[in-house]
Design a protein around this ligand. Structure first.
Ligand code: G16
Length: 547
């Protein structure tokens, strides 16, 4: 089908705003609806990534508004650029970790993932496109920059004339030399999970009367959760809430955190709380874990996972090392020290873990932004994290609260909170960052509120695998009492700017392990606000959200 006869070259104009952020190009749906906007970005990808003629591409998304029509466009452009086959899920649905798995297993040349992750969907929400390489991991910075540069010069794109592909029919449809294969992604993904976790033990635990509640928030994980939790593990179907993927996520903001999923935080506090409560985000790569009476902060979650990993079949030999993003709490470091394995500190962005995973330097990694993953794939993985906890509860036969309290007794507690300041006028955020950068050299030795500053730097990362350098990755301020403040601007928003302020305070004494988090961190929050003159620069006297 992809002969020159049925390939058209369409004239277009370049857009100047197609620089991918922390994880792909994310924009309002209305931006993507501008004439040829999607096609221009895709053309930039096809020109930058030299895909071998006849190769396969994995293509799919989280089901948000524009998902299906974008897949049709991608198929036509892929055919015009010599791609032999695209592989997708039923109805064009693929969770991000499932897509990453498919790329690796099918030895595809890469993948195009249609998602704006945890951002809201629907016609007034966000859409996004992300290119993953043949490793299954997100494109490195050098590649996303090259794609952006290419996008600046696109004045035409190539597209083939193909009939509309039927995304609801499993199997292969051929159109001349081009083909599309629709796979049963939940069944395939469940197979991967069965190799990592003890399904029998988890099913026994559920049969013994323990309860799980998983909320798919009308996003992509619904079919995966039904396949694994209900069909394979025997949980009742009402254990999975909001299981049907919808283009607007049923109005949910599909971000599993205590603010956007407050109903789950409330469920955890109710007298009849299930033993494990969990949720994932729009594209299925984030996770939130709660138990009766408590939510586990993501930094604690990955630390607990590491401490118990060798009790689970897929991790019985331990892991060679671990990593966390720089702003993530240092709870993971404490466990790594006790195990005598390295803990790498990387910039925010899952892609920075990928080289370490690929080189077998780490086997487990996590981020404060509700992302956790392991060497089984090259993206963070929401349902995997839920199954990890489920398997751990079944193996230990203790509650979430007991496991965490024991962990804190052994390693101390890293109290942690993130404050987000949404700033409509992005130039005010830039001014704050510039002032902070300028003040850094003079900060060590100074006092701010009740704290004395010991260290102050701007995080610069040198990748130990390829020696690439990533500068300006956030400000780290260390205090004499061991507490820490980190500042950085979010790279995933689609309007204005969001200043993220990360607060961390260590408590060794078990007598201080049950304090309310906000109160315990209040002195650190005061230091953070004063040091960066947040109100002066942003006009905000309080955070827009506390996560
Ligand atoms: C993406 C990245 C994560 C990052 C998160 C938040 O997650 O993959 O590594 O931690 O964004 O980034 P920011 O603080 O810049 O908004 P996702 O789930 O949105 O793909």
């Amino acid at each position: 089908m992809s002969t020159d006869a049925n390939i058209q070259t369409i004239a277009c104009k370049p857009y100047d705003d197609q620089r991918p952020g922390t994880a792909g190009l994310r924009k309002k749906v209305t931006v993507f609806q501008q004439p040829h906007y999607l096609e221009t970005f895709l053309e930039a990808i096809f020109r930058t990534v030299a895909i071998e003629p006849g190769a396969s591409l994995v293509v799919g998304g989280d089901g948000r508004y524009l998902n299906s029509e974008s897949i049709q466009v991608i198929a036509r452009m892929a055919a015009a650029h010599g791609v032999g086959q695209i592989i997708t899920g039923r109805d064009g649905l693929l969770s991000t970790p499932a897509a990453s798995n498919l790329i690796r297993e099918r030895r595809a040349a890469g993948g195009l993932l249609l998602t704006a992750s945890h951002n809201p969907g629907g016609p007034n929400g966000d859409f996004g496109v992300k290119f993953n390489t043949a490793t299954g991991g997100q494109a490195p910075e050098s590649l996303t920059e090259a794609i952006f540069t290419a996008s600046q010069d696109i004045t035409s794109y190539r597209i083939a004339d193909l009939p509309n592909l039927e995304l609801s029919r499993l199997g292969t449809q051929e159109c001349g030399s081009f083909a599309i294969e629709v796979v049963d992604s939940p069944a395939h993904y469940a197979g991967v999970m069965e190799r990592l976790f003890d399904f029998e033990r988890m099913a026994d635990w559920l049969r013994a009367g323990h309860r799980i509640c998983f909320d798919a928030l009308h996003a992509v994980t619904g079919p995966y959760a039904l396949e694994i939790l209900c069909r394979r593990l025997g949980a009742p179907t009402d254990a999975v809430l909001h299981a049907e993927p919808l283009p607007d996520f049923g109005g949910f903001h599909p971000d599993p955190n205590p603010v956007d999923a407050v109903h789950l935080a409330e469920l955890a506090q109710s007298p009849n709380a299930p033993d494990l409560i969990a949720a994932s985000d729009g594209d299925g790569d984030r996770n939130m874990i709660l138990g009766p009476g408590l939510m586990i902060s993501p930094g604690d979650s990955v630390a607990v996972m590491l401490a118990h990993a060798n009790k689970l079949p897929g991790y019985k030999d331990g892991v060679p090392g671990v990593a966390r993003s720089m702003p993530t709490s240092r709870a993971l470091d404490a466990v790594a020290v006790s195990l005598g394995i390295p803990c790498y500190e990387t910039p925010t962005g899952w892609r920075f873990f990928c080289n370490l995973l690929e080189a077998d330097m780490i086997g487990l990694c996590g981020e404060e932004s509700f992302g956790t993953g392991s060497s089984h794939t090259r993206e963070k993985d929401g349902l995997w994290a839920v199954l990890f906890w489920l398997n751990l509860l079944a193996a230990e036969n203790r509650s979430v609260g007991e496991i965490v309290a024991t962990h804190w007794r052994e390693f101390g507690r890293h109290y942690y909170q993130r404050q987000d300041f949404f700033i409509e006028d992005a130039s005010r955020a830039t001014a704050l960052v510039e002032a902070l950068r300028e003040s850094l050299p003079g900060l060590p030795g100074q006092r701010v509120a009740d704290g004395s500053i010991e260290t102050a730097d701007e995080f610069c990362y040198t990748d130990p695998v390829d020696n690439s350098e990533s500068r300006q990755q956030g400000f780290r301020i260390g205090f004499g009492d061991g507490s820490r403040v980190v500042y950085r601007l979010s790279g995933t928003g689609t309007s204005g700017a969001t200043l993220r302020v990360y607060l961390e305070r260590f408590a060794a004494d078990p007598a201080t392990h049950q304090e309310p988090v906000t109160e315990f961190l209040a002195p650190i929050a005061t230091r953070a606000a004063q040091l960066a003159h947040i109100e002066k620069f942003t006009g905000l006297s309080a955070p827009t959200a506390i996560i």
